[in-house]
Design a protein around this ligand. Structure first.
Ligand SMILES: CC(C)=CCC/C(C)=C/CC/C(C)=C/COP(=O)(O)O
Length: 270
């Protein structure tokens, strides 16, 4: 029967992992050369040590990356994708900001674009909805208008929250000459006009009986309001694209939580 000491020595020579451990103990922690060559510091060596532990002499060597290498590759790929998107975004924003100043290439169209901006302003929509609610004499009409009002208020809150979290500055060529803004409106992501235009247009298309030409006009208005944000230099393209998407999502939310007279009878008795 072999002695315990002898059998441990035999195990050590058979197990390559033990050999690696022994070698790493020999390296000098204060020596930079030995630190560089330490097996755990180099991905190549890490791969070898991984294979050394996972493969035996009888199994073929597998080119399997350790988990931590995969984790390192992913963020760099995401980083490259994000910085490329940002570069395209900034380039498009600069190129499309043709009404940002009076002296810009389409500077003469700036007053017209500002009218489009006003057509999507929150104050105008909230005041208009309140007026329609006051004038409405049918309960079905009141139900639709009240839900539109909630949608507009929800939009203001959600956009304010996202702007406050993301804190993305408006493009450098923007002149801050908008009327009636909140303090978070110094930030640009997402575009509040784009969220409102997308949400309100979907709302109108789904809840109002409109002739086809009017339906087309409503869709064109939503696109024009969104486009005008970039042309006026107010927003980056991604602010508007995300805003448009967010507006659609907000509409779906309003549909899901639709307020009916059976839910809040007091509100509908006004
Ligand atoms: C009734 C009430 C509280 C109305 C407030 C409406 C208001 C001041 C909305 C702000 C609208 C605005 C200028 C948003 C900024 O839009 P961006 O497209 O530049 O993000």
């Amino acid at each position: 029967m072999p002695s315990p000491r002898l059998s441990r020595a035999a195990n050590n020579s058979a197990n390559p992992m033990n050999k690696l451990e022994f070698m790493s103990l020999l390296t000098n922690a204060s020596d930079p050369v030995s630190i560089r060559h330490r097996t755990s510091d180099s991905p190549v060596h890490r791969k070898d040590s991984f294979n050394a532990t996972s493969s035996t002499a009888s199994q073929p060597q597998q080119q399997q990356l350790p988990e931590e290498d995969c984790m390192k590759l992913n963020p760099s790929f995401l980083g490259i994708a994000l910085s490329s998107l940002l570069a395209v975004d900034l380039w498009l924003t600069k190129t499309m900001g043709v009404c940002a100043r009076e002296g810009s290439s389409w500077g003469s169209a700036r007053p017209l674009m500002k009218l489009v901006e006003i057509s999507g302003h929150g104050i105008l929509w909230i005041a208009g909805t309140l007026y329609c609610l006051y004038k409405s004499d049918s309960s079905a009409g009141r139900e639709v208008i009240l839900n539109l009002l909630f949608a507009l208020l929800l939009d203001l809150i959600l956009v304010g929250i996202v702007k406050g979290i993301v804190k993305r500055r408006r493009p450098v060529h923007n002149r801050m000459d908008m009327f009636a803004t909140f303090s978070v409106d110094k930030y640009s992501f997402p575009s509040g006009h784009a969220t409102r235009a997308a949400m309100v247009s979907r709302f109108m298309l789904n809840h109002l009986v409109l002739a086809v030409p009017v339906r087309i006009l409503v869709m064109l208005w939503a696109v024009l309001v969104s486009l005008s944000r970039v042309m006026l230099g107010r927003h980056n393209v991604t602010d508007v694209a995300f805003g448009f998407f967010m507006g659609h999502m907000q509409y779906s939310l309003i549909e899901y939580f639709w307020l009916s007279p059976s839910i809040l009878p007091a509100l509908f008795r006004m």
